[in-house]
Design a protein around this ligand. Structure first.
Ligand code: SF4
Ligand code: SF4
Length: 363
């Protein structure tokens, strides 16, 4: 899968090692003591990160006593939905035709609000080895489902233009909420159709979603280590439902993105944390962001930044010219050289600016 920016994974990711899991550790608690006893080299750097303002918190550069409240409120709401993620089969039609069932589930996902949906076998190498969040912390993960429906939800372009301001993190939270709604609705329908299902929501994922999205035909992994889709670029959030129903896996759909990223590099040039590789090609392990650097900038700024998302030429709203450019860039080297330059001319080398929705409170 190197050609799609994914590389080969030597071992499964332990969710306890992810930055969000580490930041949730309470210093002095049994779990924290146990973690840093196993990873003594991480304690000092993690403690320095924990000392920074919370995301959307007081003391961060974008803090606002009202506008900073919206995103955390949504993430707290999502935490209360986590007990809903497992659904058992509840009778139903007992669908046996994998092709028809697959089309049904993808259609349902789009009906409930997904932008695009695809199906893949749940490759074990992309599932977490151990849970790193919530009550299941430390539990070994042994997924029982064979298939995953992976889907995207679209992020609003105008909100992302405000990167790295507060409208960005409000929009991220809104799309995590959308993805959770779609996943829970599809899982409820799988149950009604006679299958067991698990919805994967923010804070309760059992797998690393971007590579599964690539396998499901939704795009490729781009230079910042995130999914880049053909029509929305990286301007998406991901959701997933796994099930024991027999399904038909889709095939990966190459976009020619790896060659495009090689000549473009706009996200890396604009990244304020220098967390994105400037190497010409993806390393053997695939494109990966330096998560700690990126996250440090988030905590200092008070939002989830998104400068790399809005910098990407693939994020532009689709027009006939954009369609033509992307089709040409997928096939021709001269088009790949021209397209990023054109993007600089039309949208600017740093395509973000101060903007807020009219319902935000005044600064
Ligand atoms: S979110 Fe911001 S800091 Fe993080 S990789 Fe993207 S541009 Fe860099
Ligand atoms: S901005 Fe350019 S280099 Fe970065 S992901 Fe998009 S196409 Fe690739």
């Amino acid at each position: 899968m190197k050609g799609l920016g994914m590389g080969k994974r030597a071992e499964r990711v332990d969710e306890r090692d992810t930055i969000f899991s580490r930041m949730a550790l309470v210093p002095g608690s049994r779990v924290s003591d146990d973690y840093y006893a196993r990873h003594p080299g991480r304690w000092q750097a993690d403690d320095a990160l924990r000392a920074l303002p919370e995301l959307c918190g007081q003391g961060s550069r974008t803090y606002h006593p009202e506008n900073s409240l919206y995103a955390p409120a949504i993430f707290r709401l999502l935490a209360r939905w986590r007990p809903l993620v497992e659904t058992a089969a509840a009778g139903g039609a007992g669908l046996q035709d994998p092709h028809a069932t697959s089309e049904r589930l993808k259609g349902l996902a789009r009906y409930y609000g997904a932008h695009a949906a695809g199906i893949t076998a749940l490759a074990p190498e992309f599932t977490y080895s151990h849970a790193g969040r919530g009550d299941d912390y430390g539990r070994e993960i042994a997924p029982s489902h064979r298939y995953a429906l992976v889907f995207t939800v679209a992020m609003d372009y105008r909100h992302l233009l405000a990167a790295p301001g507060l409208p960005v993190v409000a929009e991220s939270a809104r799309q995590y909420l959308e993805a959770a709604k779609v996943a829970l609705a599809v899982a409820a329908n799988v149950s009604a159709l006679g299958g067991a299902a698990r919805a994967h929501l923010d804070g309760s994922y059992l797998a690393v979603l971007p590579p599964l999205a690539v396998l499901a035909g939704l795009g490729e992994i781009g230079r910042p280590g995130i999914l880049v889709t053909p029509d929305l670029g990286p301007r998406v959030r991901l959701g997933m439902v796994t099930t024991d129903l027999p399904l038909n896996a889709d095939r990966p759909r190459p976009l020619g993105l790896q060659e495009f990223c090689r000549t473009c590099g706009k996200c890396a040039r604009n990244c304020p944390a220098q967390a994105i590789s400037r190497e010409p090609a993806a390393p053997a392990a695939g494109w990966q962001v330096q998560a700690d650097r990126c996250y440090r900038f988030w905590r200092q700024t008070g939002t989830d930044c998104a400068i790399c998302l809005i910098s990407c030429p693939y994020s532009r709203p689709l027009s006939p010219l954009q369609r033509l450019l992307r089709a040409a860039a997928g096939r021709s080297a001269p088009a790949r050289r021209i397209a990023p330059r054109l993007d600089d001319i039309v949208y600017g080398r740093r395509p973000f600016r101060r903007w807020a929705p009219e319902w935000f409170a005044d600064p």
